[in-house]
Ligand binder design. Structure first.
Ligand code: PLP
Length: 441
């Protein structure tokens, strides 16, 4: 075992894992969409790390902006106005298209949601918060209580007042549902949500949180009209609509923010990841005009030593400028089509693929034991034999790095990936899925 790995095993605690059998890869170099291990083996980063490295590794403009900021003013408390702090907020508001909005900056995604919860409760004076099953909103107490999947369990019993609802997921809808159209799916899930709001008393509900497109739980794309329907329910009951864009934001779906794919304006938007591509940490909440105005006369009880950190703000400014200079939106469109077409072929071809879902460069492959019954390749939250880990390992051996969640493999590379690189990567995926087909025979 190399000295670095040995030291890591001795001193680092790694996320979401039993530590004993971990074998953390030692990475020695990274460039573009690639990284290399200590033996010189090259990997295509098909998850953009944690779906945050949207510009890939080694973007010189972002690195330079961070260096310049470190030289000029690495830190000044959040109460002061400085150039990059004001400009980063202005750029984010403009990118969101939410005229009159303001930004409260945090360090990352969970903190963004923590503060969105507080802002929604303060604005409405209500205490219940709705969020979806099969969602991930972060690992801290409040964001963990929002989270609608097993990563929440370690936070339980959690913060009172957090209610989960079933969001649209037609592929795994109750068997009795016989949807004939997308409109049926939308109608069914909106009715479920409205019923549940009634049971909970909509007058107590401060906010409905949603990942605009559900990310790590398998790229669940809202059917036409669903987001607009949720917006209408929020308006009807005076509830705030919060779009968690931590993963789906910053061109991942092809649009600057994922909510731009729908005819809605959220009240709050939480963001992180792609704001800086992870080069330094930064997240935040975009607070729409009406709610921001509320805090003109009412104290906003939110604060962090590192809110609007100068290094993060400088990186954000440079990152947004790079998205525009590189015309990332256009690349997502072009390469996203290759991804979509190839995944659709993969769905038809492989016995082990139940469904593929994709929007922009945000996609997942849902694996099944049986296409007809839709039985998942591994039971929910119970992959005892580590089958998905094995499949991800097979991909890695072929130089395709990504992660899985439940029975789904995520494909969400840096947004700078070329068509050729995408084709090479998908050929690897295709080959590994041949082996999975053989496993389920
Ligand atoms: C949709 C979403 N929200 C929130 C978070 C939490 O962000 P962080 O890990 O930066 O706290 C994540 C992280 O993956 C996420 O995907």
């Amino acid at each position: 075992m190399s000295a670095i790995k040995e030291m890591s095993k001795k001193y680092n605690l790694h996320s979401w894992s039993a530590q004993g059998k971990l074998n953390p890869m030692v990475v020695t170099k990274a460039e573009g969409i690639y990284f290399w291990d200590e033996d010189g083996k090259q990997y295509m980063d098909m998850s953009a790390q944690l779906v945050n490295l949207n510009l890939g590794y080694g973007n010189k403009a972002v690195v330079q902006a961070i260096k310049d900021q470190a030289d000029s003013m690495p830190f000044i408390g959040p109460g002061y106005a400085i150039d990059v702090r004001s400009e980063a907020a202005k750029e984010l508001v403009e990118l969101s298209g939410l005229e009159g909005a303001k930004v409260f900056f945090t360090n990352a995604g969970a903190e963004a949601n923590e503060n969105a919860i507080k802002i929604a409760k303060a604005y409405t004076g209500r205490w219940k918060v709705f969020s979806m099953y099969r969602s991930y909103h972060g690992a801290t107490a409040g964001a963990g209580s929002l989270t609608g999947e097993p990563r929440r369990f370690s936070n339980e019993p959690g913060v009172p007042g957090f209610i989960k609802f079933d969001g649209p997921y037609a592929y795994r809808a109750p068997k009795a549902c016989k949807f004939e159209s997308e409109a049926d799916v939308t109608e069914f899930y909106l009715e479920l949500l409205d019923n549940q709001l009634q049971y909970e008393g909509p007058q107590h509900v401060a906010a409905i949180f949603m990942e605009t497109v559900v990310g790590s739980n398998g790229i669940l794309i809202p059917p036409a009209g669903y987001m607009e329907g949720v917006r209408a329910l929020c308006d009807k009951y005076g509830i705030l609509m919060v779009c968690d864009e931590v993963m789906a934001g910053f061109y991942r779906t092809g649009k600057a923010f994922a909510f731009h794919n729908f005819d809605i304006k959220p009240d709050l938007v939480s963001f992180a990841k792609g704001a800086t591509c992870g080069y330094v940490p930064l997240g935040g909440v975009i607070v729409s005009e009406k709610i921001a105005n509320h805090f003109d006369d009412n104290k906003m009880f939110c604060g962090l030593t590192y809110s609007a950190h100068p290094m993060g703000c400088a990186a954000t400014l440079a990152t947004i400028a790079e998205y525009k200079r590189l015309n990332v939106a256009e690349n997502v469109k072009t390469v996203g089509k290759v991804l979509a077409d190839t995944l659709d072929e993969i769905e038809k071809k492989h016995a082990c693929v139940g469904q593929v879902r994709h929007i922009g460069l945000f996609s997942s492959v849902e694996l099944v034991k049986d296409k007809a019954t839709r039985e998942a390749l591994v039971p929910f939250n119970n992959d005892k034999e580590g089958l998905m880990v094995k499949i991800v390992g097979m991909l890695k051996t072929e130089g395709f790095s990504t992660y899985s969640h439940e029975n789904m493999i995520l494909v969400a590379p840096p947004l700078t990936i070329t068509e050729e690189e995408m084709k090479t990567a998908l050929a690897i995926l295709d080959k590994v899925l041949d082996s999975v087909d053989n496993m389920i025979k």
